[in-house]
Design a protein around this ligand. Structure first.
Ligand SMILES: [Zn+2]
Length: 290
């Protein structure tokens, strides 16, 4: 009874914010500060909606702290819609669309891995809010998002898992040719793009010029430079005072140097405790943390 009442109230409240293809979904819950909304294609009780918004807010705050944005107020200006769906046609678990919408399979929210997906997708949301319509390369977006997703899971006390192991395996098999191709594609997709983007961000953090420990706020500045109208390469060079090409060259020579001993590539990275040789090696779906 209460659920129906709340839904009805919610529907009145949302007429002014209705946008994109919301027609198949109902607004079930809005946080008291009006910032977070839960929409769904099925009945979800209020306590679950609240649980979801609490977790989204926590992951969003984690990402905001990691990035150290110059204008954090941009992150909270507009409401963020969380769409809980019963399922997707494909085996996708969740995704972000633009600056205001995060879509996730409802059931998946009960899987601990979803914490990583939250931080991952909310990184995309924050980037999008900062970029204001400008674009960053896919590998760069995914590298930033996947490292946040991983770091958030670990911050919650979760262990490394099969997903991390598969990422580590990819880091071990990449060649300098892979880097020279993938890191110059502005729009790319799939597992290898995500893995090399993540590995590149980890390389910058742990190896490049002695290691850029605060790589997240530094890459966030690159995003801000793009938002201010610079192309990606110029945005990168402005922040790091080094051309992007020379960073890629350094990465390529590192890949060449470690081609025969790929295990050393994991040292100091977020995969340092992952042992790819122990795992069953079953590849997970490309979309698991996308
Ligand atoms: Zn992603």
């Amino acid at each position: 009874m209460f659920l129906f009442f709340a839904v009805a109230i919610g529907c009145f409240a949302i007429t002014s914010v209705r946008a994109d293809d919301d027609d198949d979904y109902e607004l079930l819950y809005t946080t008291p500060d009006k910032w977070l909304q839960v929409w769904s294609d099925h009945a979800v009780d209020q306590s679950r909606c609240k649980m979801v918004t609490d977790r989204v807010r926590k992951a969003y705050s984690f990402v905001a702290k990691e990035e150290g944005w110059s204008n954090p107020e941009l992150l909270y200006k507009k409401p963020l819609k969380v769409r809980l769906v019963q399922g997707f046609k494909s085996n996708i678990l969740g995704f972000a669309r633009g600056p205001n919408l995060f879509v996730v399979r409802d059931e998946y929210m009960d899987d601990p891995l979803s914490e990583g997906t939250l931080a991952h997708e909310l990184t995309h949301i924050q980037d999008s809010r900062q970029l204001k319509g400008n674009k960053e390369p896919s590998f760069f977006a995914e590298g930033r998002a996947l490292t946040n997703g991983h770091n958030y899971r670990i911050s919650l006390g979760q262990d490394q898992n099969q997903y991390d192991m598969n990422m580590a395996k990819s880091a071990m098999r990449f060649t300098s040719e892979d880097a020279s191709e993938r890191l110059y594609l502005p729009h790319d997709e799939g597992w290898d793009m995500e893995a090399i983007g993540t590995f590149f961000v980890e390389y910058l953090r742990t190896q490049w010029n002695g290691g850029i420990a605060n790589i997240h706020p530094r890459t966030a500045k690159v995003v801000e430079n793009i938002a201010n109208g610079l192309e990606f390469k110029a945005a990168f060079e402005k922040e790091f005072a080094t051309p992007f090409d020379s960073a890629v060259k350094a990465f390529m020579s590192y890949l060449n140097k470690t081609a025969e001993t790929p295990q050393v590539r994991l040292e100091k990275t977020m995969w340092q405790d992952v042992s790819p040789t122990k795992g069953p090696g079953a590849a997970m779906d490309d979309d698991d943390e996308d």
